[in-house]
Design a protein around this ligand. Structure first.
Ligand SMILES: [Zn+2]
Length: 101
């Protein structure tokens, strides 16, 4: 399995590619600009032209990428808070208590 990073919705034709049954000799990067393949031929060809990435990066987050482990916010599901302090800071920032008077 390999994941390549290109441009969102970028279509790529791979010459001399003999597709397996049910496959087409073209590919499209998804809307986030990623393309995933298990096909060794494609991996070899794509490595010449595109950047291979280890994993998908989360989209739509301006915050630094949190690690996969850690505490999880119960309100929105954001995860990767190293300790309660970070989780509390997140809660204060994104889920402020509404005061009803
Ligand atoms: Zn949250």
């Amino acid at each position: 399995m390999a994941i390549f990073q290109g441009k969102p919705n970028l279509g790529v034709m791979v010459s001399n590619y003999i597709p397996a049954a049910g496959e087409v000799p073209s590919l499209h990067f998804d809307k986030n600009g990623y393309y995933e393949t298990k096909n060794p031929f494609m991996i070899k060809r794509l490595r010449r032209k595109f950047k291979e990435v280890a994993a998908r990066e989360p989209q739509g987050l301006n915050a630094p990428t949190p690690p996969a482990t850690g505490l999880t916010c119960k309100k929105c599901g954001a995860s990767g808070f190293a300790n309660n302090g970070f989780l509390l800071a997140h809660t204060r920032k994104f889920h402020p208590k509404v005061e009803v008077k």
